[in-house]
Write a protein that binds this ligand. Structure first.
Ligand code: FE2
Ligand code: FE2
Length: 495
């Protein structure tokens, strides 16, 4: 019987006093002593002096990230994905015709093994499966062409239960909103801060590949959107898991039975340039194969150390438009019935079974937004398919429990969502609802804060660092700035 409390204990972390004692070695320099927040915990407020960032796996660091090292013969750093206990997938993007292989080993600078040689063509991504690895082991690797080796890099295989580790999360990056919600310099600093955490893997919460503002939409322009994000995410070096957002327009409503539509262009670009999981012996998830795409790789789950991570996606499972219609005015969504938005029968049953059979100590659930649309966390948690139990009698009569209630009943520690571009922390029936801030917005605003009455709100921008220990999750909001070192703006633990 797994020791997972049905109601999680939430602990706000203070920079001084009793709360601080539980922090162990964590450094919260740059934060003033806590003050009570809306949930009764302590809020950390940044001090005026620059601070350092500490935490599990993260050396104290100031952030001076430069461009990611791009190896000769390639147009972006390798992009890692689908990490397992025994393998890692490396996605390489050659800038010229070249053969290459990957050297790797368990000691820095000593590469005792190599993958078979592969042929690369300019602009065409190539996946390399680095297999036969040992669980819970750090590997060092580099990509080698006939002209020589590329940069030295590192990755770790799945942790064994009982082993602490760190993963990181960023909210909607929206690179298409330059000058409004996106600044490339700040994005580089946030990603550099993320890299300094040495995460085992990182999560991007969606709206990272928006096609809604493209003047010309075709296979090439959509692919360019996915290519543009590659060098930025490559700054982190860790494997990436992508969440599907509404502005990706990778959704069932955009399919038309041909290979020539935005949904196919978006999902094939994503799956060819960013290795995402499909069900196998390590991951569970969406088994559907869609014509002209193949495996969607949109919802999936896996365990890592003491953590079960579950990714959900409504956009590929709702027949109609979930949020903004592709090519249409956003106001048209107001006329829709949100009950039409759905995870679908297969995903719902899989989600319930994944929770029922979970043995991990901690569970984190991730999706772009509650119901795939609207605003708010706690205010939306009891709405429509996500949480309206009374409405289920009419609208989901064969589903026994709402998604929110399933999370409550199975002791989910943390629910992560993006979409609203604000750091907001709330606790709903014992489940921590955490909404992600922007990673690259120089305006320290709190967009959509009015949808979060009573929540702990902090202004943009930055990322989340989440430490996983056998007995607790530690969530820290690391704010990044253009003109000074980053700061831990807020932290809490879930036990
Ligand atoms: Fe969104
Ligand atoms: Fe967004």
């Amino acid at each position: 019987m797994i020791d997972r409390p049905s109601r999680r204990r939430f602990i706000g972390l203070a920079a001084a006093g009793a709360g601080a004692a539980a922090l162990g070695p964590i450094v919260l320099a740059g934060c003033d002593a806590g003050t009570p927040d809306a949930t009764g915990a302590s809020v950390l407020t940044p001090s005026s002096s620059p601070g350092t960032v500490g935490g599990p796996g993260a050396a104290a660091s100031t952030l001076t990230a430069g461009p990611a090292p791009t190896d000769a013969g390639f147009s972006a750093p390798p992009l890692l994905g689908r990490p397992t206990d025994r393998s890692i997938t490396v996605n390489s993007l050659p800038s010229t015709t070249t053969s290459f292989h990957i050297e790797y080993g368990t000691e820095a600078g000593r590469y005792e093994r190599r993958t078979p040689a592969q042929d690369g063509v300019a602009g065409r991504p190539v996946e390399s499966l680095v297999g036969g690895l040992e669980p819970g082991t750090r590997y060092y690797y580099r990509v080698v062409t006939p002209t020589g080796p590329g940069a030295d890099r590192t990755v770790v295989t799945r942790r064994e239960p009982g082993t602490p580790f760190v993963f990181t999360v960023q909210g909607d990056s929206h690179p298409e909103r330059a000058g409004k919600q996106f600044d490339a310099g700040l994005y580089v600093r946030t990603l550099g801060s993320t890299a300094a955490d040495s995460p085992d893997f990182s999560i991007a919460m969606g709206d990272d590949f928006s096609v809604d503002t493209l003047k010309t939409v075709n296979a090439s322009t959509v692919r360019d959107v996915y290519l543009r994000q590659r060098p930025w995410l490559g700054l982190v070096g860790a494997p990436w898991f992508l969440v599907n957002g509404n502005h990706e327009q990778a959704s069932r409503a955009n399919l038309d039975g041909t290979p020539d539509n935005v949904a196919v262009w978006a999902q094939t670009s994503r799956n060819s340039l960013y290795p995402q999981p499909a069900p196998d012996g390590f991951y569970t998830g969406d088994t559907e194969v869609v014509p002209h795409i193949g495996s969607l790789r949109d919802y999936f789950a896996f365990t890592w150390g003491d953590l079960l991570l579950i990714f959900l996606d409504p956009y590929w499972h709702t027949p109609g438009v979930v949020d903004n219609a592709f090519g249409a005015d956003r106001t048209t969504k107001a006329k829709r019935n949100v009950w039409d938005n759905t995870s679908g029968e297969a995903q719902y049953r899989w989600f319930a079974e994944t929770l029922r059979s979970a043995t991990a100590r901690h569970i984190v659930v991730v999706t772009h937004h509650v119901n795939g649309t609207g605003r708010g966390g706690a205010t939306a948690a009891k709405s429509y398919e996500w949480g309206d139990a009374a409405g289920y009698r009419t609208n989901r009569p064969t589903w026994p429990k709402t998604i929110h209630q399933l999370m409550v009943d199975h002791g989910v520690s943390l629910f992560l969502q993006g979409h609203d571009h604000v750091f907001a922390h709330e606790v709903v029936d014992g489940v921590n609802y955490q909404t992600l801030p922007d990673p690259a917005n120089t305006n320290p605003s709190s967009d959509n804060a009015d949808a979060y009455p009573g929540a702990v709100i902090h202004p943009n921008s930055g990322h989340l660092r989440i430490g996983v220990d056998p007995d607790r999750l530690r969530v820290e909001y690391v704010r990044s700035f253009l003109d000074r070192s980053d700061e831990v703006a807020y932290a809490y633990e879930v036990r």
